[in-house]
Design a protein around this ligand. Structure first.
Ligand SMILES: [Zn+2]
Length: 277
């Protein structure tokens, strides 16, 4: 069964028991013979997964973009079979191919969002009715932002990254407390990174002792779903994960470090493509 890219990736993570089921470069030799497809493929349109991580026979819907800017969904196999139908260059894109046969007056490309092309989400176009493991969504159950600092952090991020900040939950494979969802403070679906803003609270009770253990469990569930977690750890809280940032609070410097972290996790090129200029 052909699946959307997020579901396909999450399933491979599960079946292979690895966070990165196919390392970058693994299928390079299978794809380098198709330079047009290499050019049509953009990791930022496909959850950050590179083409060299996609087996040529994978039953997965990928989002492609031709040189003229047309976007279309096709499996690896469909794309590799296209030249069999015609020798024309337009054959690599269904919309260009249709235009070439029609010989019609040039129609403006039906652009999805010319100003913010990379903000288009594959998941919205192909999402199943029930959310899958690793899928971000809006949960009515999630608590409202707890502190002014957290709101400040979110606001600063909206000024730096053109991503959708409308999500507040991620579907996970096993229950966290009683539900198959977790509620990070900030959810960046485009990069599959959750950001938590941790302080010990007025009474010094938050994120310590047993609560730290539940934080760690939450992070493990997210990672098992293909996500990464960055915790901004304030006050005397020490880092508990590989990407955590120990900080005094929300500042420009904190946000800079956070953006750097995103680049370390998902690659500078991908993160730069979401930068607000
Ligand atoms: Zn085209």
């Amino acid at each position: 069964m052909t699946e959307p890219v997020e579901m396909w990736w999450a399933r491979r993570q599960w079946s292979k028991g690895a966070e990165v089921p196919y390392p970058i470069g693994h299928y390079r030799r299978d794809w380098e013979r198709y330079p047009v497809l290499v050019r049509q493929y953009h990791p930022d349109l496909n959850s950050g997964i590179t083409l060299t991580q996609v087996p040529p026979a994978a039953e997965v819907y990928l989002l492609w973009q031709c040189d003229s800017g047309h976007r279309f969904v096709a499996t690896p196999e469909e794309q590799r079979q296209r030249p069999g139908q015609s020798r024309r260059r337009s054959t690599w894109c269904p919309e260009c191919a249709a235009g070439a046969t029609r010989r019609a007056a040039p129609t403006p490309a039906r652009s999805l969002s010319p100003m913010r092309p990379r903000a288009v989400r594959v998941a919205q176009r192909t999402a199943p009715s029930r959310s899958a493991v690793g899928e971000a969504f809006h949960s009515a159950l999630a608590p409202k932002p707890a502190s002014a600092a957290e709101g400040d952090l979110r606001h600063r991020l909206t000024q730096r990254l053109a991503v959708d900040f409308g999500f507040n939950a991620v579907r996970v494979a096993r229950p966290f407390f009683t539900r198959y969802e977790v509620w990070p403070d900030i959810v960046i679906d485009e990069l599959r990174v959750a950001i938590e803003y941790d302080t010990t609270g007025r009474d010094g009770l938050e994120h310590v002792g047993r609560r730290e253990e539940s934080d760690r469990r939450k992070d493990r569930l997210l990672r098992a779903s293909g996500w990464e977690v960055i915790r901004i750890r304030c006050g005397k809280l020490r880092a508990i994960g590989p990407w955590d940032i120990e900080a005094g609070g929300v500042s420009t410097k904190t946000v800079d470090r956070l953006i750097d972290r995103l680049g370390e996790i998902r690659g500078e090129l991908i993160v730069t493509s979401y930068r607000v200029h």
